[in-house]
Ligand binder design. Structure first.
Ligand code: GLV
Length: 324
C-alpha cells in the first residue's frame, strides 16, 4: 500500500515525526531550514499534505504549483498565513489548533501584562547593568494591576481566559470589545462588560489585544487609537503583528503618550521595528505565548491528528474551511 506523502515544514517533536511516519511517507525538516516560498513550493509539489507553522504562507501561487495538495494542518490557532479563500477554491482543507493552547496563552498574556505594568524588564536591565545603587521611593514605580480596569480587544477563548484571570484573581473590572457580544452566561463567567472600541480605549488601564489578524484588524491600534488611551495605560499584544502599527507605538512610548507596552508579536517578525528596540518602556518577547512543552506537544499532536483523520476519511478534526 502506498502511503500519502506529507511535508513537515519546520522542526518538530521527534516522537510526532515518528508517529506521522507510521501513517505517511514523510519529508521532515528536523534541521529547521527556513525555506523561501520557491523552496517550499518545490518540496510541496509532490505532496498531498503538509504540517505547517504560522510562518509558511499558503496562497494561490503556492497552491497552483502544488496540484496534489489536499490538506494543510497549521500548528497554531491563528491561520492568517492561509489564504483561506484560495485554499477553498482549490479544494484544499485547512486546519488549526484551537483549545489546546487557550489557558497557556492566557497565562502568558497575563504574565506579559504584569511584567509590563510593573516594569520588570526595565528592572532587570538596570540591575544587570550595575545601576542599582539604592532603594528609592519611586524606583521603577509602575501601574497598579489589582483593582484596575482590564480592557480586552478580541473576546474569543483566549480573551475570555485573560478576563477570568483578571476578574477572579486580581479583582479587576473587565471591559471588552469584540465583533460580536458574548452571550450573558459567558459575560457573567468572565465578569466582563461589553463596550464600544472607543470606550475600551478610553477606560482601560491595561489593554490586551487577542483578536485575529485580518484585513479589518490591520493597524486596529495606530496613532489615533493610541491617542485615545490613558497616558498611564499599558498595551499588550499577544495576537499578531500588524494589528498594532509598531512605528506609531514606538513613538507613543517614546513620548510617554502611553506608559508601557508588552509585545509578543511584531509586524514583519522576526524583524522588530528598530525604534521598539531603543525605547525603554516596552517588554519584548519572541512570539512564545503558547510555548510550554505540554502545550506545544498538544498543538503538534492535534495538527498530526488532523492529517491522520483527514486521510482516514474521517474528516479534519478542527477545520478552518469547508471543502466540497
Ligand atoms: C500562535 O501564534 C498561534 O496562533 O497559535
Amino acid at each position: 500500500m502506498t502511503l500519502p506523502r506529507i511535508l513537515i515544514t519546520r522542526a518538530l517533536f521527534p516522537e510526532v515525526v515518528d508517529h506521522l511516519s507510521q501513517h505517511f511517507e514523510v519529508e521532515a525538516n528536523q534541521a529547521d531550514a527556513l525555506w523561501s516560498p520557491a523552496e517550499l513550493a518545490e518540496r510541496l509539489q509532490d505532496k498531498e499534505g503538509a504540517l505547517t507553522t504560522g510562518t509558511q504562507r499558503i496562497d494561490a501561487a503556492l497552491l497552483a504549483a502544488c496540484p496534489q495538495l489536499k490538506v494543510v494542518a497549521n500548528m497554531a490557532v491563528g491561520y492568517n498565513n492561509f489564504d483561506v479563500a484560495a485554499m477553498t477554491a482549490a479544494g484544499v482543507q485547512g486546519t488549526n489548533t484551537p483549545d489546546v493552547l487557550t489557558e497557556t496563552t492566557a497565562d502568558f498574556g497575563f504574565a506579559l501584562l504584569m511584567a509590563t505594568a510593573r516594569r520588570m524588564a526595565e528592572g532587570e536591565r538596570l540591575l544587570r547593568a550595575g545601576q542599582w545603587t539604592q532603594w528609592r521611593y519611586d524606583l521603577l514605580a509602575g501601574a497598579e494591576v489589582h483593582g484596575s480596569t482590564l480592557g480586552i480587544l478580541g473576546m474569543g477563548r483566549i480573551g475570555q481566559g485573560i478576563a477570568r484571570r483578571g476578574a477572579h484573581g486580581f479583582g479587576m473590572q473587565v471591559i471588552y470589545h469584540n465583533r460580536s457580544r458574548l452571550d450573558p452566561a459567558a459575560e457573567a463567567e468572565c465578569r466582563a462588560q461589553y463596550v464600544s472600541k472607543e470606550e475600551l480605549l478610553r477606560q482601560a488601564d491595561h489593554l490586551v489585544l487577542v483578536l485575529p489578524y485580518t484585513a479589518e484588524s490591520h493597524h486596529a491600534i495606530g496613532a489615533a487609537e493610541l491617542a485615545q488611551m490613558k497616558p498611564t495605560a499599558t498595551l499588550v499584544n499577544i495576537a499578531r503583528g500588524g494589528i498594532v502599527d509598531d512605528a506609531a507605538l514606538a513613538q507613543a512610548l517614546r513620548e510617554r503618550r502611553i506608559a508601557a507596552a508588552g509585545l509578543d508579536v511584531f509586524e514583519g517578525e522576526p524583524q522588530v521595528h528598530p525604534d521598539l528596540l531603543t525605547v525603554p518602556n516596552v517588554v519584548l518577547t519572541p512570539h512564545i505565548a503558547s510555548a510550554t512543552i505540554p502545550t506545544r506537544r498538544a498543538m503538534a499532536d492535534l495538527a498530526a491528528d488532523n492529517l491522520i483523520a483527514f486521510f482516514d476519511g474521517r474528516g479534519a478534526l478542527t477545520p478552518v474551511n469547508r471543502i466540497g
